[in-house]
Each structure stands twice: as structure tokens, then as C-alpha cells.
Design a protein around this ligand. Structure first.
Ligand code: NDP
Length: 446
């Protein structure tokens, strides 16, 4: 079996050797899927995984814009349309200087499996630009978004490809992007999700990824007759996912000890309560400042510069910032300090060696494609509400989100339960693969 997996990966590597993040995501999925495919006559010999790793389409384009000093700036925009077997392409846009094709292909590939898990009819895609919204004025961000959409609009549509937010793309950016799409197409449609509630957005969409991650952690803990109540939690990031993961932890009676950004982390021994979390939301969402400012207001807390929060003793860890932020050493430290549950709020925050440590030590481990799927699930619900021209209440959407997370948990158990341990990665990979593969087979070689 190892030879089949290695031969497959060598062939993919030949074509994509300059794309390390994409290869990492393909490797992680292939190790679970190839043994399963080989054991199933309907999939074996159809080159189905080979077809899944090749994007259906990649668009790459120049984005020119003018900064506040009148200088002309040039960025690079992308949209990776990975797989549309079970629905139109769906996935976020990331604006961050690190954005490149490898990162977007890894995210789009993961998105295909994640969207399949949600039970909703959505294919997978991802896009973005190497633009950094940090330290830019609202006017600069608006001009960039308008220029970006002036090319992207011809490739997307409410029945074709429906982007959303991701790192660096929040409510402000979605607003500017939507405004430009509307102007260019002269139509008001659900072409983006994450919209403002008064213009087609869904209640609970901003909260959905973070809430969903904590619901999933709770489902995993309930499965071993435990719960998150009273547990200590370390969270990385202080953006959209991290903020609402923290909020849901507080709702469920857990104690949040850390949050971070790319400059370091804050450690509050007394716990980040609702009032302190509001302050963080104000720093990050309104003032667009740094997490280090927290200790000015709460001097009993510490700011640890340039470090990640995984040295802090905790029961549950929710990495919610970015890819590869938990490595082998971090995983060893978490396990040594008694952590029993890791749920990925971000996409691929734990690297291959870290995941192996969690599995070898039988720590509950949820891959992002399962635990952070609540965000895209509520995006799917936003699309449904746009089609119905109707809005569900906050409680209705939250109930649907909880139900979806329970369903994802059950799907993971179906293919991941092994005697005394659930391999959630394997469960998520196989279960999501089946739906997409069956649709691809039914639709022929296209
Ligand atoms: P935001 O832009 O709102 O926040 C990102 C956070 O991560 C910020 O605190 C940022 O710090 C930090 N961060 C970003 N890059 C790095 C880095 N290289 N090192 C350390 N910290 C970093 O993004 P989101 O919260 O939306 O996204 C976070 C993760 O969750 C991403 O992996 C994303 O793909 C994933 N995700 C998001 C979904 C959503 O609905 N938004 C859905 C599913 C997954 P700083 O402010 O310093 O940049």
C-alpha cells in the first residue's frame, strides 16, 4: 500500500513540486483515501483522486490600484475553482502578503472535502490576493477591492462560484467587493456570502466558524462522556474565527487563557471573560490594532512577543490563526501538559508531524475540514436564504449550525471509529470523498 501511495504522491509532486502547502494537503488526504479507494471496486482504477487534485480552472490576474499618495500599486489576484461535482464553487478569499498559488490550491482542495461534509450542495474553490489590508486606509482597501472585483466578476456568479471571506477579508472587504459586483452586473444577487444582515447576509455567519469549532469540540468530548464545561482552553489568533471560538467557549463554561496575532500572544491566568473579549474585538475589528494592547488595560495578563501559545498548560487547544502554526514540538508540549482535545479552527494549522503525535497519543483531534466547516455551512444557509428571499432568525440559524456539526461528527465516526479511538481525519476524508466521487462518476469524464 505504501508503494501505491508513494507512487501517486511522486506523480503529483512532479507537477506541483514548487507548491509545498498543496502537497502537504494532498499527502494528508491520500494516506487515508488511497487504501479506501483500492478496497472499493467502484472507485478503483478510475483515476478519481488524480482528477480531484487537478483544479477544474485557475484564474490569475493583475490588480492595479492607486494608494493615498497617488502611487500606482500592483498586486496579484487569483481564483482556484477546484471541483464543482456537487454544487457551484464555494470558498473564501484571502488577502495576505503570503498568498500564492500553493496556499490557495491547498485551501481549495481542503474546501472540496469540507463542503461535502456540510451536507449542503457546494463545490470547492478559494481565491485571494497578495494584498495586505493592514495599515491601509478604508479608501485604499475600497479601491483595491473594486479593482480586484473588476476582473473577478466575469468568473463568478450565484450559480457558478460564490466567494466569501477568509484571512484579511471581513465584513468591510465583502461590502466593497459586493458593491462593485452589483455595479458591474447591474443585479442584486447572492454572489458573495458574509454580507451585512441588512443587504442579504445571514445572522450567525460572522460567528459560525468559531461557534462551529467549539460545537465540534464539545461533540468530541461528549462522545467520551466528557464536556468542555470547566476546561481550560488556549486559542491562537484574534480574528474572526478566534473571537467567536472564545465567545462560545465562555457560553459553554470553559476558561479561555490565550489569544494571539502575528506579533505574539496574550496569557491571562484569570481567564478572558466576556468584557475582556469585547475589548479584544474592539482592538482588532474597530481600531485594527495589535493584541499586545490588551495588557495595557489588563496589566495582570502577560504579552509574550513573537511566540505561539502552545506552551501554556490547557485541556483543550483551538488553533485558529493560520496554517502550520502547530508543529511536532508544540504537539509534544501540549500532550505533556495534559491537553486532551485539539480542534482546528484554522485551515491546516497542525502540520503532519503534529497530527501524528496527537493520533499516536490518542488525543482527540479534529481536522479543520470537519471542525471549522460551520462557517461555510452557514454561508450555504445564507445562499439558501438569498434564493428564498427570506431571513431566518438567529436561533433558527444557530440550531441549523448545531445540527450540521452533529451530522459532521456522525459522518466522522462512521469511517473513523476504531475500537477505542476515533480517527476524525480518516473519518472526515473518507466520508466527504464518497459524496464527491459518486457525483464525479455519475457525471462522466468531464
Ligand atoms: P482573520 O483575518 O480574521 O484573523 C486571522 C488571525 O490570525 C489574526 O489574528 C492574524 O494576526 C493571525 N494570523 C494570520 N497570519 C498569521 C501568521 N502567519 N502567524 C501568526 N498569526 C497569524 O482570519 P480568520 O479568523 O477568518 O481566519 C483564520 C483561519 O481560519 C484561517 O486559517 C482561515 O482559512 C480559517 N477559516 C476561516 C473561516 C471564516 O469563516 N473566516 C472559515 C474556515 C476556516 P494579525 O492580525 O497579526 O495578522
Amino acid at each position: 500500500m505504501n508503494k501505491i501511495i508513494n507512487d501517486f504522491l511522486a506523480e503529483i509532486d512532479n507537477r506541483n513540486s514548487h507548491e509545498p502547502e498543496f502537497m502537504q494537503a494532498v499527502k494528508e488526504v491520500s494516506e487515508d483515501l488511497i487504501p479506501y479507494i483500492v478496497s472499493q471496486n467502484i472507485y478503483h482504477g478510475k483515476n478519481i483522486l488524480m482528477r480531484m487534485v487537478e483544479p477544474e480552472r485557475v484564474v490569475m490576474f493583475r490588480v492595479n490600484w492607486i494608494d493615498d499618495n497617488g502611487e500606482i500599486r500592483v498586486n496579484r489576484g487569483y481564483r482556484v475553482e477546484m471541483n464543482s461535482a456537487i454544487g457551484p464553487y464555494k470558498g473564501g478569499l484571502r488577502f495576505h502578503p503570503s498568498v500564492n498559488l500553493s496556499i490557495l490550491k491547498f485551501l481549495a482542495f481542503e474546501q472540496v472535502f469540507k463542503n461535502s461534509l456540510t451536507t449542503l450542495p457546494m463545490g470547492g474553490g478559494k481565491g485571494g490576493a497578495d494584498f495586505d489590508p493592514k495599515n491601509k486606509s478604508d479608501g485604499e482597501v475600497m479601491r483595491f477591492c473594486q479593482s480586484f472585483m473588476t476582473e473577478l466578476f466575469r468568473h463568478i456568479g450565484p450559480n457558478t462560484d460564490i466567494p466569501a471571506g477568509d484571512i484579511g477579508v471581513g465584513g468591510r472587504e465583502i461590502g466593497y467587493l459586493f458593491g462593485q459586483y452589483k455595479r458591474l452586473k447591474n443585479e442584486f444577487t447572492g454572489v458573495l456570502t458574509g454580507k451585512g444582515v441588512s443587504w442579504g447576509g445571514s445572522l450567525i455567519r460572522p460567528e459560525a466558524t468559531g461557534y462551529g469549532t467549539v460545537y465540534f469540540a464539545e461533540d468530541m468530548l461528549n462522545h467520551i462522556s466528557d464536556s468542555i464545561k470547566g476546561k481550560t482552553v488556549t486559542i491562537s489568533g484574534s480574528g474572526n474565527v478566534a473571537q467567536y471560538a472564545a465567545e462560545k467557549c465562555l457560553h459553554l463554561g470553559a476558561k479561555v487563557l490565550t489569544m494571539s496575532d502575528s506579533s505574539g500572544y496574550i496569557y491571562d491566568k484569570e481567564g478572558i471573560n466576556e468584557e475582556k473579549l469585547k475589548y479584544i474585538m474592539d482592538i482588532k475589528n474597530v481600531k485594527r490594532g495589535r493584541i499586545s494592547e490588551y495588557v495595557n488595560k489588563y496589566p495582570k495578563a502577560e504579552f509574550i512577543k513573537g511566540k505561539k501559545p502552545w506552551d501554556v498548560k490547557c485541556d483543550v487547544a483551538l488553533p485558529s490563526a493560520t496554517q502550520n502554526e502547530v508543529n511536532y514540538t508544540d504537539a509534544k508540549t501540549l500532550i505533556k501538559n495534559g491537553c486532551i482535545c485539539v480542534a482546528e479552527g484554522a485551515n491546516m494549522p497542525c502540520d503532519h508531524d503534529a497530527i501524528k503525535q496527537f493520533k499516536d497519543n490518542k488525543i482527540l483531534f479534529a481536522p479543520g475540514k470537519a471542525s471549522n466547516a460551520g462557517g461555510v455551512a452557514v454561508s450555504g444557509l445564507e445562499m439558501a436564504q438569498n434564493s428564498l428571499r427570506y431571513s431566518w432568525t438567529r436561533d433558527e440559524v444557530d440550531e441549523k449550525l448545531k445540527e450540521i456539526m452533529v451530522k459532521i461528527h456522525k459522518k466522522c465516526l462512521k469511517y473513523g471509529q476504531d475500537k477505542d479511538y476515533v480517527d476524525y481525519g480518516k473519518g472526515a476524508n473518507i466520508s466527504s470523498f464518497i459524496k464527491v466521487a459518486d457525483a464525479m462518476l455519475a457525471q462522466g469524464v468531464v
